[in-house]
Design a protein around this ligand. Structure first.
Ligand SMILES: *Cc1c(COP(=O)(O)O)cnc(C)c1O
Length: 471
């Protein structure tokens, strides 16, 4: 166990263990399958875990998106849905919650995160523009590219090194950003795309010092600083634990301060906000808001529902409040850490420091004998499924897609298999089962031979690509 964990546990309860700040009221039975059935299911799915039926999955760590367990309060909120087409009461509850915890002036609801990304990209980006960001996220970057921008990764180098223990591997490298501004000119950069806890880097946080510096720099050049707030609550916990001066501040206070250095945000509410569907976009600039509010009716729905039912907005408004409670965030990230620490004790290569929402297995070190072009991380996701029915996903060369100019694979430094932990869904015993299955795959690692891609869709290929084993 790391000192950090002992420290965070110790802070509140001396040497006693922590437990989840909830108890279970309703259960959903799981099915355990046999290996021959899993082999057949994986062939059917083209060796892509996204194409498996959930009935064939035992513990589902594909994603933490829309897979959270709602609270009894949220379910009660579902019964209070005001399904009026316009001006639903639930919309105003949502608006109030976003304003209170994120602080932005104007809200545009969307059906999920990518709906928000689409709108902001279409409104702010002109063809030929450039968007700097801390690493990238698949749907975010695609919407920026579809709007005509070129994306530039300006994250610090440490983020690309799975063994670096830098506490804020999500930070923007100011020298890289300055270099880009000098190269293309500030007028060609409508905004900096900043993500809290960078998913593709392993769930790594951005420091308050970094966002403060970015804010000062961008404001001077009239470049907007926009936040992907999807997992910002987890980012706030890392600031509380690791950054000088924040140990005594609440998650809610840290979140509000962080957002105050940015000009707006988009949100996949399916993550931090503990709902199964939903999203939003919020911005301080009135003129941009008017354009966004106009465009939302074209693509999502009226500006007081944006693709969500009234009941969805009510559950979301309640989820926002639950998401920023310190004991909730601590137990959520604590569970991820528990799994990560089991694996590191067994010398299984994972991205360190352990991130906020998932454990990322380092497939390059797991399978040093496999070239990146035979998809080691995709292979590991398949082996794990075959071993135990646990579903994970690839975050490596398949997810990175192709270079729009050369048509060749993008070859990211990180070749990772992600074990994503849904919020409030699985117990510590499930984490033990997961760790033991990863260990079994690790012990059998020399036998892995890799995959060949036999079908490749044009957009976001990782969702629908099909593979065959190399024999
Ligand atoms: C999931 C996600 C998105 C996209 O949101 P959806 O709700 O899946 O459309 C954007 N950014 C990040 C960081 C995400 O994790």
């Amino acid at each position: 166990m790391t000192n950090e964990t002992l420290h965070t546990m110790g802070q509140q309860h001396g040497r006693r263990s922590w437990a989840e700040p909830w108890k279970i009221k309703m259960v959903e039975p799981l099915t355990v399958t046999e290996r021959p059935a899993r082999e057949a299911a994986l062939i059917q799915a083209g060796y892509n875990t996204f194409l498996l039926r959930s009935d064939d999955v035992y513990i589902d760590l594909l994603t933490d998106s829309g897979t959270s367990a709602m609270s009894d309060r949220q379910w009660a909120g579902m019964m209070l849905g005001d399904e009026s087409y316009a001006g639903s009461r639930n919309y105003y509850h949502l608006e109030e919650a976003v304003k209170r915890y994120y602080g932005y002036a104007y809200l545009v609801p969307t059906h999920q995160g990518r709906g928000a990304e689409h709108l902001i990209s279409q409104v702010l980006i002109k063809p030929g523009d450039h968007i700097p960001g801390n690493m990238y996220f698949t749907t975010t970057r695609l919407h920026q590219e579809l709007a005509g921008a070129t994306f530039h990764d300006v994250i610090i180098d440490e983020a690309h090194d799975p063994t670096s223990l830098d506490p804020f591997k999500g930070n923007v490298d100011m020298a890289k950003l300055r270099g880009l501004v000098e190269e293309v000119g500030a007028a060609k950069i409508p905004y900096v795309s900043l993500a809290g806890t960078v998913n593709m880097a392993g769930g790594q946080p951005v420091s308050m010092a970094n966002v403060r510096e970015l804010h000062a720099y961008c404001a001077g050049l009239a470049i907007k600083l926009l936040l992907d707030a999807t997992r910002m609550v987890e980012n706030a916990l890392f600031i509380q634990e690791r950054e000088e001066g924040y140990a005594g501040r609440t998650i809610a206070q840290i979140l509000l301060e962080f957002c105050s250095y940015t000009d707006g945000a988009w949100m996949s509410a399916k993550k931090d906000h503990l709902v199964n569907i939903g999203g939003w976009l919020a911005i301080n600039d009135r003129d941009t808001f008017e354009e966004l509010r106009n465009l939302v009716v074209v693509y999502e729905g009226l500006h007081t529902y944006g693709g969500m039912a009234g009941r969805d907005m009510e559950a979301l408004a309640i989820g926002i409040t639950e998401a920023v409670q310190d004991d909730h965030v601590r137990s959520r990230v604590g569970q991820v850490r528990y799994l990560g620490e089991l694996l590191t004790e067994w010398d299984i290569p994972i991205v360190l420091p352990i991130g906020g929402h998932a454990i990322f297995l380092d497939a390059k070190r797991f399978y040093p004998h496999l070239a990146q072009d035979v998809f080691p991380a995709q292979t590991l996701a398949c082996e794990l499924y075959l071993d135990s029915g646990i579903r994970s996903m690839e975050r490596g060369i398949v997810s990175a897609g192709r270079d729009p100019e050369t048509g060749d694979h993008k070859r990211p430094k990180l070749e990772l298999t992600r074990l994503t932990i849904p919020r409030r869904v699985y117990t510590q015993a499930h984490m033990d089962v997961v760790a033991e299955s990863v260990k079994a795959c690790f012990d059998a690692r020399d036998a892995a031979t890799g995959l060949r891609m036999v079908f490749e869709p044009k957009y976001l290929r990782f969702f629908q690509a099909r593979f065959e084993p190399i024999v």
